[in-house]
Design a protein around this ligand. Structure first.
Ligand code: GLN
Ligand code: ZN
Length: 750
């Protein structure tokens, strides 16, 4: 039975975030496990029914998860670390203990799912790990769907990707890598696939997205071995192996060389693969599941172009099925739920529900050969254009991305700011108190008008300034109380963005984000931060640092138009920020921070694509900041410490001061920075704000001492490793006092 038309996965948090609410109630003791299970069952059944009714030929199952599909796999194969077993909890609570921690046992490590904004829990494996098919989630869900009258295709994380995403458990011998466990894991996958077949499944999907990143020959060989083995299983269901978020590259011929029936590829992020398909003869006997409808952005598909590509690829394979490029997990449920989007913007959008319709339509057109089924959408129709911005971008020259040499700037800034060595500062936000949140909720609900809200925020800014003065910090911040979110805040003030009411996307567990939609040319009708910064500066004689979000981060955390290169869109955003910096300077702000926590996040999975990305990413940051006078000190903040792949780019940003996350990596990053000749200011965070722990003065003295050994003290800053908005004053207040005291002590030794 052919796959025909399908999607690789579907959102699961619920169209109204029903699962989020149920989970959070369960965690706080408001409802019991049976009630959460009921909500989950209803959501799964509604999804199957909806996908079947929409006309998909093949409906996926096991796309549901209470928290994360990798965590599901850990539990399914009984790879639960001992410390969670020791808690003696039932299955569901053990699962949530791994996800969220329990009593004194912290949660498992969580990290980004490839280059998306979704996060998974990292499996911990060791030579002693014994896999067992302990769970039956994929089978139970398959059977439940079947009982509802929907025949489905169970979706599993592929065994090789599962191992490649895992890390060696603490204490594993140095030579061990999780991939060493492939054979025993394949035994259990074989059991599972056989059981799914016995239950009646005609197809099973195995996701191997790890092969859309660069892989060693050994890893590719492991992929080949795995699917040789699984495809030799007697009496098994048909196997579909997918790769998404990029070009499947050399994995494609490897899989084509095994006996699996179908391979799914991402023809949006991995469009280049299309040209190689005719040259892989082994694909002639396979089904190609063509991911032509983008699964992770929200624009309507150019259906005629997609149909043409499918028709062309069909020549080179046995059978062609139409699909999404990846799971629809990464887009919101339903455009029809939105009531406030401008019609010309809405006309360009497709959320999960609409993407299913696109796939169905393409499938029908392809099966019937009737091109009239396809309405032409004209991708760029109705884009909000701003000729002035376009002309400005077109007229850019390399000089727009250049400041005077750092040495000159450092001198001008030194004279102007007169800061001590190891200047103390924070990253920008202060705790968002219940008062601040209440004011925002009151504003939204109409209980508070704009003036009343502004007054409450000003009071908060004043409180934060007084506190910083009293603690004795050198460079103050206004505390960002007025910002709901560091991207949304700017999106709401810029032209070219739109916002949804229900466009939630899962970030991790029950946490969802509602990314802004960057749909048109971007411009800045009014200054965005000047009033807040100047108000804060008016309260103190200490310098107040202005606070902006950088172009790369604004793009990374939005749904971004795809009708022009990302670099052009980033430059438009950069020009708006450049104007904001000019206005801040004119208003007397001498230090301005441009945050780029997402610089690393957008880094392409394949090394060959990285230079092009870093070129536009670094270029847009420099465009934003290079209008600043020599005496204006530009800071940037990056939210991670594994610099490896982007360290040159950090140098390339040419900021005067870079604050980074280092408290947890124990200052190793300083050596990395020195090794590439980084010679500007650096603030290696000495207070880990990701934990409620208050670091002692001694601890911070030790870290700072290490820092001044690696970098001359005039260039070292003393600061926490990220914004404080998620913390409470009970921790922040003593921690900052310790930070100032630690700095005093280290300064005294200089
Ligand atoms: N200025 C922001 C803050 O302090 C930076 C946040 C971030 O790095 N994610 O909240
Ligand atoms: Zn940060």
């Amino acid at each position: 039975m052919p796959i025909g038309s399908t999607v690789l996965g579907y959102p699961r948090i619920g169209p109204r975030r029903e699962l989020k609410r149920a989970l959070e109630k369960y965690w706080s003791g408001g409802i019991d496990a049976a009630q959460v299970r009921q909500v989950a069952r209803d959501l799964r059944r509604a999804t199957w029914a909806e996908l079947a009714a929409a006309g998909l030929d093949s409906v996926p199952s096991n796309t549901f998860s209470y928290y994360d599909q990798v965590l599901d796999t850990i539990q399914l194969f009984d790879a639960i670390p001992q410390r969670y077993r020791d808690l003696g909890l039932n299955g569901m609570d053990t699962y949530f203990a791994m996800a969220r921690g329990h009593d004194a046992v912290p949660a498992m490590e969580m990290t980004k799912w490839f280059d998306t904004n979704y996060h998974y829990l990292v499996p911990e494996l060791g030579p002693e790990t014994r896999f067992d098919l302990a769970g039956d989630k994929p089978i139970a869900e398959y059977q439940d769907a079947r009982a509802q009258g929907v025949e489905t295709r169970p979706v599993l994380i592929g065994p090789v990707t599962f191992l490649l995403l895992a890390k060696a458990e603490a204490g594993a011998p140095p030579g061990f890598t999780p991939l060493d466990l492939l054979e025993p894991l394949l035994d259990r996958y074989a059991d599972l696939i056989s059981r799914l077949g016995a239950a009646g499944a005609a197809w099973v999907q195995l996701d191997e997205p790890a092969f859309c990143a660069d892989r060693t020959d050994g890893e590719l060989a492991a992929l080949g071995r795995a699917y040789d083995r699984l495809s030799q299983l007697p009496g098994r269901p048909n196997l579909l192996v997918t790769g998404y978020f990029g070009d499947f590259g050399p994995a494609l011929p490897v899989l084509a060389g095994t006996a699996v029936e179908a391979v799914g590829i991402d023809l949006v992020a991995g469009r280049a693969a299309a040209d190689r398909i005719p040259h892989i003869p082994a694909l002639r006997t396979k089904t190609l599941v063509a991911g032509v409808v983008e699964g992770r952005n929200i624009w309507r598909t150019d259906l005629s172009a997609a149909a043409e590509l499918c028709a062309q690829l069909k020549q080179s394979v046995n059978e062609l099925a139409v699909s999404t490029s990846c799971s629809l997990l990464h887009v919101p449920y339903d455009l029809d739920a939105e009531t406030s989007l401008a019609p010309d913007v809405a006309a360009r959008l497709a959320f999960a529900r609409q993407k299913v319709d696109e796939v169905v339509l393409l499938g029908k057109a392809l099966a019937s050969g009737d091109a009239r089924l396809i309405a032409t959408t004209g991708a760029a129709a109705g884009v909000h254009r701003d000729e002035q911005v376009r002309a400005r971008v077109a007229a850019l020259t390399p000089e727009h991305r250049l400041r005077v040499p750092y040495a000159e700037r450092a001198e001008a800034q030194g004279a102007k700011l007169g800061l001590p060595p190891l200047a103390t500062t924070t990253i920008g936000s202060f705790p968002q108190t219940t008062d601040v949140r209440r004011a925002r909720a009151d504003l939204r609900a109409g209980r508070l008008d704009d003036a009343g809200y502004a007054e409450r925020m000003r009071a908060e800014v004043e409180r934060v300034i007084r506190l910083q003065e009293e603690i004795g910090l050198d460079v103050l911040v206004h505390g960002e109380p007025e910002r709901n979110d560091m991207v949304q805040y700017f999106g709401e003030l810029l032209d070219g963005f739109a916002f949804t009411e229900h466009g939630w996307v899962q970030s991790y567990g029950s946490r969802c984000v509602r990314p802004p939609i960057l749909h048109g040319d971007v411009s800045r009708p009014v200054p965005m931060t000047v009033e807040w910064s100047t108000y804060a500066q008016s309260l103190t004689s200490k310098p107040v640092k202005g606070m902006l979000t950088g172009p790369v981060t604004i793009l990374a955390w939005s749904f971004v138009r795809d009708d022009q290169p990302l670099g052009v869109t980033a430059d438009q955003v950069a020009l708006a920020l450049r104007d904001e910096i000019t206005d801040l300077e004119a208003a007397g702000i001498g230090i301005i921070q441009v945050d780029e926590p997402a610089l690393r996040e957008l880094l392409p999975l394949r090394a060959e694509d990285r230079k092009a990305y870093l070129d536009w990413a670094v270029g847009s940051f420099r465009l934003a900041t290079s209008g600043a006078a020599a005496g204006t000190q530009i800071h940037t903040h990056l939210c991670y410490s594994e610099f490896g792949d982007v360290i040159e780019a950090i140098h390339g940003l040419d900021a005067d001061v870079t604050t980074i996350e280092a408290a947890r990596s124990k200052m190793e990053v300083l050596a990395d920075l020195s090794s590439i000749g980084y010679s500007r200011g650096v603030g290696p965070g000495i207070y880990d704000i990701h934990s409620p722990r208050v670091p002692s003065t001694d601890e911070m003295v030790a870290l700072l001492t290490e820092a001044v050994r690696a970098v001359p003290a005039e260039r070292v800053w003393s600061n926490p490793d990220c914004g404080l908005k998620t913390r409470g004053y009970a921790e922040v207040d003593p921690a900052l006092r310790n930070l100032v005291e630690a700095t005093r002590r280290v300064r005294a030794e200089l």
